[in-house]
Design a protein around this ligand. Structure first.
Ligand code: SF4
Length: 211
C-alpha cells in the first residue's frame, strides 16, 4: 500500500470521526488508570466508575495506601475488577517508589508498570503526553488487516508494520479514528462495507454488500 493511499484513508476517517479518544484525559495519570480499567470493558463503564474511584482516592498516595478490596468495590461493575484493583494499587506504589510520583513518558518505563502492556503504554504516550505512539488494540489490529496494510499475526509485528507505513505525526490518530470507525462501520464480525468511506481502497476479500 502506497504511503499516499494510507495518508488519504487516514485523512478521510479523521474528517468523519472527530470525537476525542475516551482515554484522552489531558493528564497522563488519568489516562494511564482509565486505559488500564478499559480492558474488556466499555468506555461508558469506565467513565461511570472512574470519577468515584478518584473521589475516594484522589492522589497516588491514597491509591497506594488503599485496601485492594476497597478499590475493587468501587470498580466492581467492570470486567476483571479484582485484577485491575491489584494492578492500580501496585502501579501507584511503583510510581511513588521508582518514578517520584510521576507517570514516565517512555514506552520502556511504562511497560514496567503493573498491568501495563504496549497498548496501554502507547495510549499514555499519545493521549497523556502527545508523544506519537502506535496503540494497537483490537480495532486497529482488525482494520489494518482488512485494509491490507499489514500481515503480522501479533500485536508487536503489526505495531512495527504500521509505524513503518504511517507518518509519525499520524501514529496516535490511527488508534483514535480506528476505534470509532471499528465501532461504527468496520465492526468485528460483519463490517458494514456499503457505508464505508474508504471501501475503494480496501483489500478485504469478503466485503459485505448492502442488505
Ligand atoms: S470496506 Fe469493509 S472491511 Fe474494508 S475498511 Fe471498509 S468496512 Fe472495513
Amino acid at each position: 500500500m502506497e504511503a499516499l493511499y494510507v495518508q488519504c484513508i487516514i485523512r478521510i476517517l479523521q474528517k468523519k470521526y472527530t470525537e476525542k479518544g475516551m482515554v484522552d484525559m489531558e493528564n497522563p495519570e488519568h489516562t494511564l488508570i482509565a486505559t488500564l480499567l478499559s480492558a474488556r470493558t466499555t468506555d461508558i463503564q469506565v467513565l461511570n466508575v472512574y470519577p468515584g474511584l478518584r473521589k475516594a482516592f484522589p492522589t497516588l498516595l491514597d491509591l497506594a495506601r488503599a485496601k485492594e478490596s476497597d478499590i475493587a468495590t468501587l470498580i466492581s461493575s467492570i470486567g476483571l475488577f479484582r485484577n485491575k484493583a491489584r494492578a492500580i494499587k501496585a502501579l501507584a506504589q511503583m510510581l511513588l517508589e521508582e518514578f517520584d510520583g510521576k507517570v514516565p513518558n517512555t514506552l520502556e518505563e511504562l511497560i514496567r508498570l503493573p498491568g501495563v502492556g504496549r497498548k496501554t503504554a502507547s495510549c499514555v504516550l499519545w493521549y497523556g503526553f502527545g508523544i506519537p505512539a502506535m496503540a494497537v488494540d483490537t480495532h486497529v489490529f482488525r482494520i489494518a488487516h482488512r485494509l491490507g496494510w499489514v500481515k503480522g499475526k501479533t500485536v508487536e509485528i503489526v505495531e512495527q508494520e504500521l509505524m513503518h507505513m504511517v507518518p509519525k505525526d499520524l501514529w496516535g490518530e490511527v488508534n483514535r479514528i480506528f476505534v470509532q470507525f471499528g465501532r461504527d462501520i468496520c465492526r468485528p464480525g460483519k463490517p458494514q462495507c456499503w457505508r464505508c468511506p474508504v471501501a475503494r481502497w480496501c483489500g478485504f476479500s469478503s466485503k459485505t454488500p448492502k442488505p
